[in-house]
Design a protein around this ligand. Structure first.
Ligand SMILES: [Zn+2]
Length: 81
């Protein structure tokens, strides 16, 4: 038996599954944070964290814990009519 296993071609693909950051898909189940304009947050995540506020008949999803007290302090400033 000829066994020359020295030069092995590296044509061997490896699968990468690195989904440790959650990609937010704007428009589908995400909302834009009224405090940090342009920041999107997944509604399910905001709801799980308690980052949801109702103001003037509308629902606002905040992008992070830091935005919650800011919104609460002056919701009229952040609410978009
Ligand atoms: Zn935020």
């Amino acid at each position: 038996m000829t066994d020359h296993g020295a030069a092995r071609p590296t044509s061997h693909h490896h699968h990468e599954h690195e989904h440790d950051h959650d990609p937010v898909n704007p428009g589908v189940d995400a909302a834009q944070c009224p405090v940090m304009a342009g920041r999107f947050v997944a509604k399910a995540k905001a709801e799980a964290k308690g980052w949801v506020r109702q103001y003037a008949g509308a629902t606002y999803w905040l992008c992070c814990a830091g935005c919650v007290p800011k919104f609460d302090a002056d919701p009229a400033n952040y609410a978009v009519a």
